[in-house]
Write a protein that binds this ligand. Structure first.
Ligand SMILES: Cc1ncc(COP(=O)(O)O)c(C=O)c1O
Length: 425
């Protein structure tokens, strides 16, 4: 039986205070299968949030790959092993431009840390540009890009944060003006970095702007930005930790969806279906420069078990046609969400298995945040797990495992409809 207060106390005592938990009444999950989760009391939940178990909780093929490799050999990458090489070939085969080399690590944070250092190695400049409402990880370097907490010592002036694009309040005042307005902000940041003597080296972006609330952006949105960055000799990192591995339905990578050819791509969460594995993929000359400047060894990165887990994920995605499923079921679910009727719904959008509803109270998105927090709890209490997103956490993020089906989409929409009707405005 679940004893939430006791577990919370043990957590605080053993793991320290301020550990985040989801929901006012945290869920004590003990088992998962596909898009379903069960708590310690046997209650079933529909998982509409987890992108980590990408091909489904406890997928038998991934479990089998991990188990077999663990029973055979697991060690670090100072020995020769084909697993990491076979995986590198298969992974880089999904990229449609010259990104042919890979470093395997354990977390998205490490991947972004390396990518930023690659940018510095290539340009010799320390200046970094990111969006003002993002999260790219928690190493000392990467945490300077986080929107939510100011690092000790205050913000550094070699990181410039530009306003993130938005659907309801587009930069430049209109959807049409937004791409150029974003590029203008990047140009301004480049000029400031140059004037401060840091120089501009690297732009890091999630091409789907997931943490920013995934605004609707057309193919080519980043073209003016790319022109500005290229003119300044900068490196572009696409952080694919959230949109990668086919999640958006019609493309395998978020950067393909928006029509961007980055210099470096980072990835993590969904890559090993819960096994901690992440990677940086880049062009050979960037890899050579990085390896020459920094060397790099990661004890666990790319170990045979991680490579086997990651390979199994790619195989399942292909065998079960999960990217097509993300497109078809995603379109179906988006249609259902668009039928929802509630005075605070300001927008419904997304792509593939990455959907959301943005709320506003009398046109004010910030004022919708308390409502949204309550809605997330209400959904949890009704057996559907999702969470909030956006500058004020005023929207909901729906990002289920890629095996999500139409019956589950129906359940999501029906539960959301009932929860919204039960919520005082
Ligand atoms: C866009 C993005 N990049 C990087 C990270 C960091 O990944 P990790 O938690 O594996 O270090 C996250 C984590 O939420 C993320 O959302």
């Amino acid at each position: 039986m679940s004893d939430t207060p006791t577990l919370l106390q043990r957590r605080a005592r053993l793991l320290g205070p301020n550990m985040t938990t989801f929901y006012s009444d945290p869920v004590h999950i003990v088992r998962g299968k596909g898009a379903w989760l069960w708590d310690a009391d046997g209650n079933r939940y529909l998982d509409c949030y987890n992108n980590v178990p990408h091909v489904g909780h406890a997928h038998p093929k991934v479990v089998d790959a991990i188990t077999r490799q663990a029973a055979t050999l697991n060690t670090h990458t100072r020995y020769l092993h084909e697993g990491i090489l076979d995986y590198a070939e298969r992974l880089t085969g999904t990229m449609d431009h010259d990104l042919d080399t890979m470093i395997m690590v354990c977390t998205g944070s490490e991947a972004n840390d390396i990518a930023l250092r690659m940018g510095r190695a290539m340009t010799g400049k320390i200046g970094i540009i990111c969006s003002d409402n993002t999260y790219h990880g928690n190493t000392d370097l990467v945490s300077h890009m986080s929107a939510k907490r100011t690092p000790i010592g205050g913000p550094v002036d070699w990181v410039k944060k530009v306003p993130s694009p938005d659907t309801l309040s587009p930069l430049g005042g209109s959807a049409e003006a937004q791409a150029q307005a974003f590029a203008d902000e990047i140009q301004r940041a480049i000029d400031e970095l140059e004037a401060a003597g840091h120089g501009f080296g690297t732009l890091i972006l999630d091409p789907f702007f997931a943490n920013e609330g995934f605004p609707d952006l057309p193919q080519g949105f980043l073209d003016p930005t790319v022109a500005v960055v290229r003119r300044a000799g900068g490196i572009i990192i696409a952080d694919e930790v959230q949109p990668g591995f086919g999640r958006t339905g019609r493309h395998f990578w978020g950067h393909q969806r928006i029509g961007l050819a980055p210099d470096i791509v980072t990835m993590g969460k969904p890559m090993g279906n819960g096994h901690p594995v992440a990677a940086v993929v880049t062009r050979p000359e960037i890899m050579t420069e990085f390896r020459t400047r920094f060397g790099y060894f990661n004890t666990f990165g790319g170990n045979p078990v991680s490579a086997a887990a990651a390979m199994a994920v790619l195989e399942v995605l292909e065998e079960e046609k999960l990217v097509d499923n993300a497109r078809d079921t995603g379109d179906y679910a988006l249609g259902l969400l668009k039928e929802l009727d509630h005075p605070m719904i300001a927008d419904v959008r997304g792509a593939g298995m990455f959907l959301g509803v943005e709320f506003a109270k009398d046109g004010d998105t910030e004022a919708a945040a308390p409502f949204c927090a309550k809605l997330v709890d209400e959904m949890r209490n009704r057996g559907v797990l999702l969470h909030s997103v956006g500058r004020y956490y005023h929207g909901i993020k729906i990002r289920p495992p890629m095996c999500f089906d139409r019956a589950q989409a129906d359940m999501l929409a029906e539960t959301l409809d009932a929860a919204l009707k039960a919520m005082p405005v």
